[in-house]
Design a protein around this ligand. Sequence first.
Ligand code: HEC
Length: 195
Amino acid sequence: MLRLLSALLLVFGINAHLQAAIEPVYEGSNGIRNSVLTVCLQCHAASVTGAGRNGATSIVNFDTYAAAALWTDLLMTKAVTERSMPPAGYTPLNSEQRAALVAWQAAGFPEKAAATATTPQQSDCLFNWAEASFPDYFAPRTQSQSVPPYYGRLYPPGTVLAIAFNKLLYLGPLSAGAVLELGDVATFLSRAGCN
Ligand code: HEC
């Protein structure tokens, strides 16, 4: 299995890393909410009330984009500039998480990734290429599905090849069920001749 993964990566010819980077958008499994704000949500979520908030200001919540968007400037000050949040005694944000917040700010604190520039025709061409190149892993040939922000194909029982955030993603036995970020879609489109 490892051998095939290496072969796959070799053919794709890119730097894959096992954990997808934090996306500078609020939503998404690798977004700011899920990958950065989880520690904050222990105290700063609308569902946390009374003593459970540990004194966190009642109106300062980050559990929805609408709530968080009101406080982004203050959030940056507390979490990145001053590093006074989370308070002492709670797992501090690491440098990757702080960098992700800075990238989120630089992007204008978006909720979701901008619509991908990849057309469905290009994506389909890429998936067809993967199916033709790796029939043992991406079979039987199937139709693409759109589950925003993802566009991809499901190969039962549990393999997914998908595009989101301008990245090609793989989920399945080779990644032990985790989302593997294979790299930029643009790289694969040219590899597969799908530009
Ligand atoms: C253990 C509970 C707890 C956690 C976890 C926590 N906070 Fe707080 N937060 C507080 C308390 C208490 C206050 C109010 C007192 C203060 O400002 O220090 C507060 C206040 C704030 C404020 C408002 C400050 C103001 O001037 O009104 C912001 C913004 C904030 N927190 C951001 C965050 C962020 C971002 C995180 C995660 C990186 C976080 N907090 C994690 C307890 C928490």
